[in-house]
Design a protein around this ligand. Structure first.
Ligand code: URA
Length: 439
């Protein structure tokens, strides 16, 4: 078999066999196929799409590039959450400790920023000492001790996804339903979770721009979950507006700590409670979604979730003083610039794609794979959709150390805000839910 022939067949929109998909994935994983051929294959999938059978074979081949973990020795029900990526989406930082504080195993394998979207690993690494580069043995040890760990992709778990994910990021092949589906599901199935909650984002700051595509992606992921015996629930949630009050690594850690302390209740809190509730319900720790929501809120109010977060930080090498003194411990940007409103009225939109690009330009994200991240950089959003703003009031602030791209970032933030006389009546954070309790 030759890679050329498989690429050609996909380019011609023909259906690939299990063997052809296994061949190309295994050869790319062991280095027998170069990046340029894989890039062409990914682009062919981007345009030609894949049948359900092909997506299943691709997911399976990606799982088989590593090992499938077995968490049964931990004697706890397990559940993980994964989002398709957004701006200001720090839900994992809140959900993982909330759910784990109820005696549930949360084996979270998270990602880095992809394109203009942020990544949980980059956020956590803004805590001094925090390690996400943890191998399978240590992952299992931490899960045994604390029920939760948030780690990066290891060389044992779906390693080929890490290579493909990085290649997609630089070849404009991220926004493909078969590729997103196989990327997410291969990691989650390989990490051994019994239950999975997926947050499929829709809107300007997400990879799915249309409701129809978000629904197709959701259905395909649920089907793949079923085929591998992973009980998969899906929420379709809004990403037209950034989540929370900031976008940036250290900024989002500070915000997550405030939410875990119970001192901040914004849309990020609301979505985190909802996703936590779905996770709690799926592992049968509650008899209804409403009961699960109350439980999630209780874990924040009684301090248990914060305590769990502290243990996560401690066991992964981070400085736990960050909980009491986030302002002192987290990196701080040297400069800031305020973006003021030039009119009075209601904010009818804060375009999250633009905020994501401005965040990247502030230094908080990568424009190239090799870029180093400035953990202190980012954007604070003082006004969000449907807030009233007076002329001259601050809409947002950009924090930075590197000034090269700041003028452009400021212009983009100004363009992200739409202000008019009337409120926006079309805002709905959670648009659709599809869930089941484990049988
Ligand atoms: N998250 C992933 O893990 N993979 C994708 O392809 C997109 C979002």
């Amino acid at each position: 078999m030759r890679a050329y022939d498989v690429i050609y067949k996909k380019r011609q929109k023909e259906e690939l066999s299990k063997k052809e998909i296994e061949f190309i994935v295994a050869c790319y994983n062991n280095g027998d196929i170069a990046d340029y051929q894989m890039a062409a294959f990914l682009m062919a999938i981007f345009f030609a799409g894949m049948s359900d059978d092909e997506i299943f074979y691709l997911t399976n081949a990606m799982i088989n590039s590593g090992q499938r973990m077995d968490l049964s020795s931990l004697n706890m029900p397990s559940v993980d959450k994964h989002s398709t990526g957004g701006i200001g989406d720090g839900t994992s930082l809140i959900i993982a400790p909330v759910v784990a504080s109820l005696g549930v195993c949360v084996p979270m394998m998270a990602g880095r920023g992809l394109g203009y979207t942020g990544g949980t690993l980059d956020k956590l690494e803004s805590i001094p000492g925090f390690r996400t580069n943890i191998d399978k043995t240590e992952f299992l040890n931490i899960l045994d001790l604390n029920g939760v760990a948030i780690i990066g992709q290891t060389s044992e778990i779906a390693p080929v996804d890490k290579k493909m994910y990085a290649l997609r990021d630089v070849t404009a092949t991220v926004e493909s339903i078969p590729l997103i589906c196989s990327s997410i599901m291969s990691k989650k199935i390989a990490e051994g979770t019994e239950n999975l909650v997926l947050d499929v984002k829709i809107g300007s700051g997400s990879f799915m721009k249309s409701y129809a595509n978000a629904k197709i992606l959701s259905e395909k992921m649920v089907n793949i979950g079923k085929k591998f015996g992973v009980n998969t629930s899906v929420v379709i949630s809004d990403m037209d507006t950034p989540l929370g009050n900031c976008a940036g690594n250290a900024l989002e850690i500070k915000q997550a700590i405030e939410i875990l302390k119970g001192t901040l209740k914004n849309d990020l809190y609301e979505l985190s409670i909802f996703l936590s509730a779905l996770m709690i319900y799926s592992v049968k720790k509650a008899n209804s979604l409403q009961e699960a929501k109350i439980l999630a809120q209780k874990q924040i109010n009684n301090g248990n979730a914060l305590e769990k977060f502290k243990r996560i930080v401690h066991l992964q090498g981070g400085d736990v003083k960050v909980i009491e003194e986030p302002q002192q411990l987290l990196p701080k940007a040297k400069h800031k610039l305020e973006i003021k409103s030039n009119q009075e009225g209601f904010v009818t939109a804060v375009n999250s794609n633009r905020i994501g690009i401005a965040e990247m330009l502030s230094g908080a994200g990568r424009t190239k794979k090799e870029d180093t991240i400035d953990y202190s950089a980012g954007i604070i959003l003082y006004k969000k959709t449907n807030d009233y703003v007076k002329k001259g009031e601050t809409l947002a602030e950009v924090l930075y150390n590197r000034s090269e791209n700041i003028e452009e970032a400021v212009t983009i933030i100004k363009d992200a805000y739409i202000i008019s006389k009337n409120k926006n009546g079309n805002i709905k954070l959670i648009k659709e839910i599809n869930y089941e309790q484990r049988k």
